[in-house]
Ligand binder design. Sequence first.
Ligand code: B12
Length: 242
Amino acid sequence: MGRTVKGKDSMVRKKTEGPLARELEMLARLVAELKEEEVLSEIGRHLAAGVSPEDILSACQKGMRLVGSLHEKGQYFIAGLIMAGEIMHQAVNMLRPIMTKNRSKGDRGRVLLGTIAGDIHDIGKNLFKDLLECHGFTVMDLGVDVPPSEFVRAYTEFKPHLVAASALITDSFPHLRELVALFEAATRDTGERPLIIIGGGQVDERVWRTTGSDYWAADAFAGLRLCQKITAGRRKRKDSGR
Ligand code: B12
């Protein structure tokens, strides 16, 4: 199902249909072609036309996945990934003020966040953090390449309601499993292991099952909705974020 956007004339258009869908597809292609200036100007134009940041972000993410495929096929080298990261960084800087405009007050809960050991990708993690904070969550961000033991150490200090780990590198997935196991061991006496949510471009239902974590989400918005649902008291486990 496509999300809907409200244009200036308040007509609701479906993202999956018509000219807007084609334009977002073009945005994804521009990202994949690493055309920085055109990407940024297209984003500016979409924002001015009232397209939701969520739809713009989703198009950019699609472009980044294309970059990833081109890298896998040997058509882009590390310089391509670096350039893509820079473009995405700028794109997020443009979207952030709009996404965080309606900052809600109050304490929705505490989230301990970090990119798991062996992985230095942080653009998606930082975006997820921004979204959480502007929706009233307090986030302790441990940064990137965080060993599971560091999550557990920070847990005892920060006492979060949720632990969230980002992972984009498949070689790092075993560390997600280790994270869950370490928390199980550390909280065996009390039986109160914190709920653990994982996310990041390569995480899917299959990965989630192998880690033993409680939840997973395919993107930062789904992750936010999940955190809101969980902290609203519905502690139903093994529920996907999609
Ligand atoms: C940009 C990029 C880089 C940049 C990262 C810059 C940075 N500061 O993060 C740089 C150049 C540093 C980089 C380095 C490398 N990269 Co890289 N990189 C990418 C690329 C193209 C885009 C990632 C990105 O920023 N996407 C945009 C953001 C917004 O999306 P996202 O991260 O998925 O996050 C979204 C959601 O997933 C979600 N989310 C993210 N985290 C979390 C956490 C939670 C809890 C929740 C709920 C949600 C959530 O929210 C975000 C918004 O919706 C991906 C391709 C891809 N398919 O993703 C490859 C990719 C991840 N990289 C890859 C590789 C191989 C590498 C290198 C090993 C390359 C090398 N030879 O050195 C190194 C890794 C070093 C390391 N140890 O980590 C591979 C991984 C393959 C694999 N199977 O493991 C990919 C898939 C490319 C590919 N197909 O070849 N990379």
